[in-house]
Design a protein around this ligand. Sequence first.
Ligand code: IPD
Ligand code: CA
Ligand code: CA
Ligand code: CA
Length: 266
Amino acid sequence: MNHFNISEIGRFAKEVVKEAGALLVKLRKEPMVLEEKHDHSDLVTFADKEIESFLVKKILSTYPQHGIVGEEGIFDQGDTYYQTQWVIDPIDGTTNFIHNFPFYGISVGVVHKGVGMIGVVYNPVTDELFYAEKDNGAFVNDVRLHLDQPITLKESLISTAMFWENPNTKNTMHPSVIQIYKETRGLRMFGGAAISLCEVAKGTLNAYIVPALSTWDYAAGIIILKEAGGTITRLNGQPVSLEYGGSLLASHPSIHRDLLGILSKH
Ligand code: IPD
Ligand code: CA
Ligand code: CA
Ligand code: CA
């Protein structure tokens, strides 16, 4: 029961995400059915629920002994603790999906005994499948990702979910954002945590900085980025948990310390 066959589960995870990706492409062509969760900027579509239901059904039919944590709560695990947990976000970047902004995807992570083992993220617009297994490297459509070319802060492009001095009023920009903007090539704000982490793994973006996320936003993405050679911590430098959410500073290894330094000054 304890044995975790990483390559077998990884193969299955990749296949199931590809199938879900085809379903997502089909659903995108249908009339958009959406509802508000908490407010006008927190939306869920019919497709979010369909994709999560599809994934849950597939996973449990092959691995009935595994647990699943998903954003839309299709698999209700109560207080049960599972040695092997799937952490899924059926559509990460729902707002982008609704607007047809090509920065959204399906994110599936597999965690065994608290350790991130497998990450799969699929961007249906670019048809890119990102995949990583612990200690076996990260790939996009079977091409190895490796952040082995050093870069400086001055040469880097940073993606962030803007953060504010007071998140409730959103009146004053946090001073660290201004300093990061000045010391880098520029800032971008794409939305879509999972794809952002994969873009850092590809080297198109050099860091992704965000004050608060849930585990399903980043479980797969951080496994992929770590295997590509990236460095990931909380904004205060602490290690990131796969059990509970929080902030992320996910970057190319050469600039992580500089970014932590800026964040700690403000
Ligand atoms: C959201 C996206 C977004 C991030 C939000 C997430 P969702 O996920 O990843 O970029 O800033 O915090 O909730 O709701 O589109 O799956
Ligand atoms: Ca959501
Ligand atoms: Ca998400
Ligand atoms: Ca989502």
